[in-house]
Every structure is written in C-alpha cells, then in structure tokens.
Ligand binder design. Structure first.
Ligand code: MLT
Length: 277
C-alpha cells in the first residue's frame, strides 16, 4: 500500500499501511494537545491520530449555548474522522476519562473497527443525580469571566500532589489548555455527560485485547474503580485479554503527569497485541 498523507487539526498524518493505527480521544475540557508529549513517542510504533472533539480546540463550535453533545455524537465524529482519513484497518482506540465514555459508545456502534481498546482513568457508570445536576448547573452558568475560577477548581482534582509540587509547568499547561476551550463547547459536552447511560453491559461484547490505565492517585476515577472494571470484563467475557496498569505518582492525567510511562505502557500493549495476532 503506498503512503497516504492526510491532514487533521493542521497536522499531517501518514499511513504507510504497515504500522498499527492508534486514535487518542482527549478528556474534558481539553483538546488534542493533552497528548502532545506522548504522541511523538507512540509514533515510533504507530500512526497516531489525535483529533479535537467537536466544540474543543480547533473544532468548529456551536453558537447556541443550549446545545447538547452526547457521547454517541462524539463517537460518530470519531467514525467520520476515520472515514475522512480512509482508514480501513482495525485501530487501537485510546480514551481518557470523557474520552473513555466516548470509547464505550464507539464500542457500541463501531466495534468492528477495533484492534484493541485502551481505557484510561475512566468509568462505565453514569453520573449520580447530584453529579448530573452539577453538570447542568455548570452548563447553564458558564461564561468567559467565570472560566478561570472553574479551571482552578477543576485542576485541584485533576493532578496529584507531586505534580503540583514538582511540575509547575504541567499545572500551567493544563490551566492554559482549559482556558482556551470555547465555553459553548464545554457547556454542550457537560450536558452530554450528564445524560450519559451505563455502558457496563457493553463490556461483555468486547472481544479485542483491553488495556486499563490509571494514575495511582486519581481522585476522580480511582484505581479501585478501574480494578473493578477489569474484574467486570474478566467475569463477563473470560476469553478477552485484559491488563490493568497503575501509573505511580500520578493523578487523573497520566499523559501530562507521567508521559514517558504512559507512552511506554501503550507501546508495550500495541507491540504485544500486534505480535499475538
Ligand atoms: C475528564 O477528564 O474527561 C473529566 O474528568 C470527565 C468527567 O468530568 O467526568
């Protein structure tokens, strides 16, 4: 197959037909740059596609402040990107937190696309009534003036203590990334997350190898909940190969807090899965 070149988010992506393809779905309220420092490492073994979800980063945003973007809407966007890029081979799909919620909807609608699934710092259960109501309040009240305070409040739960103490550049990068997101995009995804359904039952339909990654100090999707996810997959689908990796000294965002370990964990998984197939 000749090398194909296409561009997404102004980044050129080459497909030589030889390397495995990995698509990285960012979390909330971020953009594809959350994978910036790991993409170049993972690119040693994979063609990497790291898009901005609609409403975030460079993607066009709705003028309507009441838009709802469900996890299925985002999964459909991922499928459209793959069609646009002409990707036909099965891909590795990696989603972090909201990216994981979207990955599970991708499993529901497009599972034949997958060669492997990587879920990072995420969960399959929906919001409690209180959490959903808080998301709707955020969506209704967010404004450019309020965004800095919202960002600071979010960041306090996203990173571990060691990151705050030793990596001020990571805190700064994260804050700037949140502050550049369009408020209508944040509101639309917030409403979509509030509506999200339980995807735990879908775990039994997964037939490709699964890698679960979690920061050992993740306060939002703690390691215990991801270990329970592993056990749930192992019980519901004993023939599926499943691995859990805890990333040390890390909160909710391994690609930012421990990029080398995060990238290497993915590289090892892709290599192992590709060799086994
Ligand atoms: C994320 O990192 O994507 C968020 O923590 C997801 C959420 O708010 O549930």
């Amino acid at each position: 197959m000749p090398t194909q070149k296409k561009s997404i988010n102004k980044n050129e992506i080459s497909f030589d037909g030889k390397k495995p393809i990995i698509l990285l779905i960012h979390g909330f309220p971020f953009d594809h740059k959350m994978y910036e420092s790991v993409s170049s490492k993972i690119a040693s073994v994979c063609d990497v596609i790291a898009p901005d979800l609609v409403g975030f980063g460079n993607q066009e945003n709705s003028k309507d402040q009441t838009t709802i973007r469900t996890m299925t809407d985002f999964a459909d966007q991922i499928e459209m990107i793959l069609q646009y890029l002409g990707v036909q081979r099965p891909i590795f799909l990696c989603g972090l937190s909201m990216g994981g919620y979207i990955s599970m909807e991708f499993v529901r609608h497009y599972s034949s696309r997958l060669a492997g699934l990587i879920l990072c710092d995420t969960k399959t259960i929906p919001d409690s009534a209180e959490a959903a109501s808080n998301r709707l309040k955020l969506a209704d009240s967010i404004s450019s003036e309020k965004l800095p305070a919202i960002a600071d409040q979010m960041i306090s739960n996203l990173l571990c203590e060691e990151t705050f103490a030793k990596s001020p550049q990571v805190v700064d990068f994260l804050r700037k990334m949140i502050l550049r997101q369009p408020i209508n995009g944040i509101a639309a995804a917030s409403r979509g997350m509030a509506k999200r359904v339980d995807t735990t039952d879908l775990l039994r339909t997964i037939t490709v190898p699964v890698l679960l990654i979690c920061g050992d100090q993740d306060a939002l999707s703690p390691p215990e909940s991801m270990i329970a996810l592993k056990e749930s997959i192992a019980t519901q689908n004993p023939s599926t190969s499943i691995e859990f990796v805890s990333i040390p000294n890390c909160g909710h965002l391994p690609p930012l807090e421990q990029p080398d370990l995060f990238a290497q964990t993915i590289i090892d998984f892709v290599k192992k899965t590709t060799l086994a197939s």
